[in-house]
Design a protein around this ligand. Structure first.
Ligand SMILES: *[C@@H]1O[C@H](CO)[C@@H](O)[C@H](O)[C@H]1NC(C)=O
Ligand SMILES: *[C@@H]1O[C@H](CO)[C@@H](O)[C@H](O)[C@H]1NC(C)=O
Length: 570
């Protein structure tokens, strides 16, 4: 089914419906029963919900990895400590979904926020194992772009719906920082042509990082919707250049999903333009995008049938092979190692560039939280901090084995064979692209309480301080890969403070040597201000002005990539 289906990424938040359907069937059968005798219930038993969020709570005392509760269609579920929740483009710790103890879900109560939860009932308690949250999980919209405002980056579809890219780091156009949890994917081309080529919204009519000239026109001056970029070695000044994104234009047909916001604008986390943009065969940069990636969980129980591990990707270069790999994570250090699953090549006939990976009965265990796709020729730096040539994708669909002996006891979801749940996944990195890095390392450990019985043996890690000082070893991968991101070097370009009418405004401009970094600024003084995300400027520098009542003494700039913080007196 997955190969035939053209659904964009958000709709992958549907797991297979088998178990839910069977439960519905069971209810139907039971409702016809007149006997007062009851079937023996058993525990643990699985539960798989796709439903509306009625409420969420946070155990605020448990720190940055605390759990809480989630109520879905009336069922109250315990969210264990160490739960990481997968959102449309990022994965966050449970507390990241709250602000001042309240759920940070825009318009909660007036629009449908939905959760997909796989868990087990253990000693009568519903405990979650895997949690996915989004607004209107089935939302998928289409239409023609009828206007684009270059000043704001807002655009209209079919003259009816006002949209903005939810792009907190400004990768694909203007920054939009109001709802960073529901952002586009800032690291992989998530705003893209159907083929995976990254596209952008110009910040003005001569935006050098999104020039209108980066799309060819026909003899009437109309933009082409099918074209191939030249080899970068042959690019002429001002001509088509695959190292720069392609601009979105009025008239483009797009397929998109987003969240409704209190400002009335739809903030998009995914946008696919129906454009057949390719890169010259065998050249770099070439781009990849992923349509779906499902991981089959293996159980030898003969009452169960195992689902297939499979994926669908799209490549702008159909002549170069693309490796699909699982990303195993060390539970203590968080160090990642790649495990090759399949190498395949894009289709040479329509749909050109589509790659269907099927593992059949092959056991791809253990399941990983994320998988990656990379051209065998390796990666290259892409535009505005995007890595060209690879795509890292969270698994939206772990296929738990399906019961094939009807009437046999339902088998609990096998979270014990999923290492990132049973063992943990190393130091927590906050998913919110605008969150300041944690001051002290916190290790993501085993889910607690454990959604199953028995509880697997937990991992014993050295204290976190020892973990951060270990030197990372290189990834054991046979294929060329990009090196692990090095810590960056932060420079304060200027820092000054100015007093006016009892308010002091402190302005800092800073830069990082790594274009993928997000910088943060904190103030020490009469009023301390915690690390706050700075705004990236067109020239790559970051700036921010913060007003305080009291006089500041110094500013400190930190980076999401972990470079040494820089402090300067003001
Ligand atoms: C674009 O948005 C700006 C800011 O809201 C507004 O002033 C301007 O009129 C808009 N331009 C067009 C063509 O609508
Ligand atoms: C257009 O936008 C780019 C990127 O933000 C900026 O560098 C450039 O100065 C702008 N040009 C004009 C004419 O405003």
């Amino acid at each position: 089914m997955a190969d035939a289906c053209q659904v964009p990424r958000p709709t992958q938040m549907f797991p297979s419906l088998g178990a839910v359907f069977r439960q519905a069937l069971t209810l139907l059968v039971l409702s016809g029963t007149v006997s007062t005798q009851k079937a023996p219930a058993y525990d643990p038993a699985p539960f798989n919900y796709i439903g509306t969020i009625d409420g969420m709570t946070l155990n605020t005392a448990s720190g940055p990895l605390g759990g809480g509760t989630l109520t879905v269609n009336g069922f109250k579920i315990t969210i264990p400590k160490n739960t990481l929740v997968t959102l449309p483009s990022i994965t966050v710790a449970w507390p990241e979904l709250f602000v001042n103890g309240q759920p940070n879900l825009p318009l909660l109560g007036s629009v449908s926020w939905e959760a997909t939860v796989f868990g087990n009932v253990v000693a009568g308690q519903h405990i979650a194992g895997l949690v996915y949250i989004t607004q209107e999980a089935t939302q998928s919209l289409t239409g023609f772009i009828t206007s684009i405002n270059f000043t704001t980056g807002h655009f209209f579809v079919d003259n009816a719906v006002e949209c903005v890219l939810n792009d907190p780091l400004g990768r694909y156009g203007h920054t939009y920082t109001t709802n960073p949890l529901w952002s586009v994917d800032p690291d992989n081309p998530s705003v893209r042509a159907s083929t995976g080529f990254p596209i952008c919204i110009p910040r003005n009519s001569t935006d050098p990082e999104c020039p209108l000239t980066n799309r060819p026109v026909d003899t009437q001056g109309n933009y082409l919707s099918i074209f191939t970029y030249p080899d970068p070695a042959r690019v002429v000044a001002g001509g088509l250049d695959p190292r720069i994104m392609a601009p979105l234009a009025v008239g483009d047909y797009i397929i998109f999903s987003g969240i409704k916001t209190s400002e009335g604008v739809l903030a998009l986390y995914s946008l696919e333009a129906n454009l057949g943009i390719r890169t010259a065969p065998g050249t770099k940069p070439a781009y990849i995008t992923v349509e779906s990636a499902n991981y089959g969980i293996i159980d030898p129980n003969p009452n169960l049938e195992t689902g297939e591990t499979r994926a669908v990707a799209l490549a702008t270069d159909a002549t170069t092979t693309v490796e699909w790999f699982a990303i195993d994570v060390d539970p203590c250090t968080g160090e990642e190692s790649e495990r090759q699953l399949v190498i395949a090549q894009g289709s040479g006939v329509a749909p050109v560039g589509k790659i269907v990976y099927r593992l059949g009965k092959v056991d791809a265990s253990p399941a990983t939280r994320e998988v990656g796709f990379r051209y065998s020729s390796g990666t290259s730096p892409g535009p505005r901090g995007i890595v060209a040539g690879q795509f890292i994708q969270p698994i939206f669909d772990f296929i738990f084995p399906e019961l094939i002996t009807f009437g046999a006891n339902e088998v609990p979801n096998q979270f014990d064979v999923i290492p990132f749940l049973a063992l943990g996944s190393g130091p927590l990195e906050l998913g919110n692209p605008l969150a300041a890095p944690l001051a002290s390392p916190t290790i993501v450990g085993q889910l607690s309480p454990w959604p199953g019985n028995p509880v697997p043996a937990p991992t014993s890690c050295p204290p976190p301080s020892a973990v951060t000082s270990t030197t990372p070893t290189t990834t054991p991968s046979a294929t060329p890969s990009s090196p692990p991101p090095a810590k960056d070097i932060i420079t304060i370009v200027s820092a000054s403070s100015r007093n006016q009418k009892g308010q002091t405004t402190t302005t800092v401009v800073a830069s990082s040597n790594n274009p993928a970094a997000q910088l943060f600024m904190a103030i020490t003084g009469v009023d301390n201000v915690a690390a706050t995300a700075m705004t990236k400027q067109a020239n790559g520098q970051f700036s921010l002005a913060i007003s305080t009542k009291g006089k500041p003494s110094s500013v400190t700039v930190t980076s999401s990539l972990g470079g040494t913080p820089v402090t300067q007196a003001v």
